[in-house]
Ligand binder design. Structure first.
Ligand SMILES: N[C@@H](CCC(=O)N[C@@H](CS)C(=O)NCC(=O)O)C(=O)O
Length: 209
């Protein structure tokens, strides 16, 4: 399998899951601005919308869109438990969490990545938008669960972690959401997560506990 990724982008969720599953894969550091793969091929032929993640499976089939890629990966090794079995209420809960992360949490960060300098009002509005979505994560963790669906790490946690970690890069504080802050630290401490962060250049190997 080959994962097209951009360092620190949402594609890191799939990278984390590939590490968690410990299956063979290749990484292609793709330049989405130039629309080129690492080898200089036209990335739009792989991902027509031009964004990562794009996963090319061993049969050459291409899978895009975070929730689809993440569940496809989890379903390669059901016994690893990164997604509940299809057809169960727990799987529906996973869809619910993935859709929330994708369409609400992830997209609430878009203003910070627009490439434009945000004026004070726009920045405040964007921070409030992120805050409302993080408040939902905070509420779901209030019962003491370690992960979004309970005590088991799933692909939704890989995706939520990557997006919540952007708060550190765009200057949004999670101090008002202590459960979420602890959750981000808990996920960051997983060896598969730390390995992906080192590989993508977000942290140094020496920073890994
Ligand atoms: N709906 C897509 C969105 C993917 C997306 O937003 N990817 C971003 C990185 S997080 C991207 O590749 N943007 C193009 C760019 O950064 O040049 C999905 O869920 O996979």
């Amino acid at each position: 399998m080959r994962l097209h990724y951009k360092p620190g982008a949402c594609s890191m969720a799939s990278h984390i899951v590939l590490n968690e599953l410990d299956i063979p894969f290749e990484l292609d550091k793709t330049d989405t601005d130039a629309g080129k793969t690492e080898a200089g091929e036209d990335f739009h032929k792989i991902s027509p919308n031009g964004y990562v993640p794009a996963l090319v499976n061993d049969d050459g089939k291409i899978i895009t869109e975070n929730p689809a890629v993440l569940q496809y990966l989890a379903d390669q090794m059901p016994d690893a438990g990164l997604a509940p079995p299809n057809g169960t209420l727990e799987r529906t809960r996973l869809h619910e969490a993935l859709n929330f992360v994708s369409s609400e949490l992830h997209k609430s960060f878009s203003p910070f990545f627009s490439g434009e300098v945000l004026d004070a009002d726009t920045k405040q509005h964007a921070e409030e938008g992120v805050g409302r979505r993080v408040a939902h994560i905070e509420r779901s963790l209030l019962d003491g669960r370690a992960y979004l669906l309970g005590d088991t790490f799933t692909v939704a946690d890989a995706y939520a972690f990557v997006v919540l970690n952007w708060a550190n890069f765009v200057g949004v504080s999670l101090d008002a959401q202590p459960k979420t802050k602890a959750y981000v630290a808990r996920v960051a401490a997983r060896p598969a997560v730390a390995k992906a962060m080192v590989t993508e250049g977000l942290i140094e190997q020496e920073q890994v506990a």
